[in-house]
Design a binder for this molecule. Structure first.
Ligand code: AMP
Length: 398
């Protein structure tokens, strides 16, 4: 995909409006940033622009503000944290994203300086369903700059003003992070090195159906784990006790397995399970073979399945992982998820991890450095893998 590249913009002496995804998790009790990965991953784009003599007007959303100015979701704290990540850089904050004050701060910005605008979602125009409202808002943002760069992969599936309309109003390009994310995903879906194995887990089959529908024609094998495995097993009339099952999706689960077989691909389901008599670590816990007895629920993939999945993963050239294999937040049901991380760490090929839970489990296992790519996008990654066109990308390709 020929995304316009940041290198093609002659930014020296110019102002660049940069959309980043600094929507970082905040500690519920203190409000402090609990993980700044998303900020760190956009630093190369920021530095490239600054080193080329641009000044940068930075915009992002943070959380889902319900009222117009929620101090807990102000980008002021983000601007402060950015100072620690870019020591020596002059970083200013504008308490407004548009309007005369923001404009005069942008105007007085010197080369190599950064102006962080207030949370873009404090303005309902940003997410308006009315294209004209979004365009008028985007015009107010764009009048402060000469160029637009989008590095917000995590928000690329949103047709919002700062993503979609801004890209159409100014000469624009993709930032380094956005480009890398798209390059990796595009390669997976168009020409993966084979064998290509997808490991898909999580609570609900319904939220991953579209991804599975698409992967079933592309991956050589799909390994299923998490609660969604029980909907698949139940669709094949295997007893799953009191496990979480989405009854209304049984027939679709059944059909996906058929579609895989038709395409000569494999969907592999757990052959044993760690089960518990209640949802928690205090119940009666045991390992059972494929069918789960009445009064027990599946909480994690069992040791045989772990070994089997690990073997398939280790022989792959491309592995994509999204979603935990069990209730990994509880220690007794975390082995399956960690087994995937460990097996992936040994792969000699591309290993791509997406989705908040899988990334969190990976960071707990200390194996992050062993992966080729950890995606910063949750919803954006899934929508791309579903085969949908992401508005952020469409706008850049206009
Ligand atoms: P998702 O957001 O769909 O990727 O689901 C992630 C959640 O699925 C995690 O919070 C896991 O605890 C949960 N999960 C995984 N396996 C199971 C299971 N066997 N039973 C209930 N919840 C599960």
């Amino acid at each position: 995909m020929a995304l316009p590249s940041i290198e093609q913009l002659d930014v020296a002496g110019k102002k660049v409006l940069l959309r980043v995804d600094f929507n970082v998790p905040l500690d519920k009790a203190t409000g402090a940033i609990s993980d700044d990965t998303r900020m760190v991953k956009s630093l190369p784009t920021l530095e490239l622009l600054l080193n080329r003599g641009a000044s940068v007007i930075l915009m992002s959303h943070l959380g889902r503000p319900e009222k117009k100015h929620d101090p807990a979701l102000s980008l002021k704290n983000i601007a402060e944290h950015l100072k620690t990540l870019l020591p020596g850089r002059s970083i200013h904050f504008s308490p407004e994203a548009i309007g005369s004050n923001a404009e005069s701060l942008a105007q007085s910005l010197k080369l190599g300086e950064i102006l962080v605008l207030e949370n873009i979602r404090f303005y309902e125009e940003e997410t308006s369903k009315d294209e004209k409202v979004r365009t008028d808002f985007a015009k107010k943002l764009c009048k402060m700059a000469d160029f637009y760069v989008d590095d917000a992969f995590g928000a690329a599936h949103r047709a919002h003003a700062s993503i979609y309309e801004c890209a159409k109003l100014l000469p624009s390009a993709a930032g380094l992070l956005l480009k890398k994310e798209i390059d990796v995903l595009e390669r997976i879906v168009s020409s993966p090195e084979r064998p290509f194995v997808a490991v898909i887990g999580g609570a609900k089959v319904s939220s991953k159906l579209a991804v599975l529908e698409n992967l079933v024609t592309k991956a050589d094998a799909i390994l299923i784990g998490g609660a969604m495995a029980y909907t698949f097993l139940k669709s094949r009339l295997i007893d799953v006790g009191t496990s979480l099952v989405e009854k209304e999706f049984l027939s679709q689960a059944f059909q996906i397995i058929d579609k895989a077989a038709y395409n000569k691909r494999q969907i592999i389901l757990p052959e044993d399970h760690i089960v518990s008599s209640e949802f928690g670590e205090k119940g009666k816990i045991k390992t059972v073979k494929r069918s789960i007895p009445e009064g027990f629920m599946g909480m994690d993939i069992g040791p045989k399945t772990q070994d089997h999945y690990a073997k398939i993963i280790k022989s792959a050239k491309t592995v994509l992982w999204n979603g935990p294999m069990g209730v990994f937040e509880m220690k007794k049901f975390s082995a399956g998820t960690f087994a995937i991380a460990k097996a992936m760490a040994k792969v000699k090929g591309q290993t791509i991890v997406g989705g908040g839970d899988s990334i969190f489990a990976l960071s707990q296992s200390g194996l992050e450095d062993k992966m080729t790519h950890i995606s910063t996008g949750g919803g954006a990654t899934l929508e791309y893998l579903e085969g949908k066109k992401l508005p952020g990308i469409v706008a850049l390709l206009k």
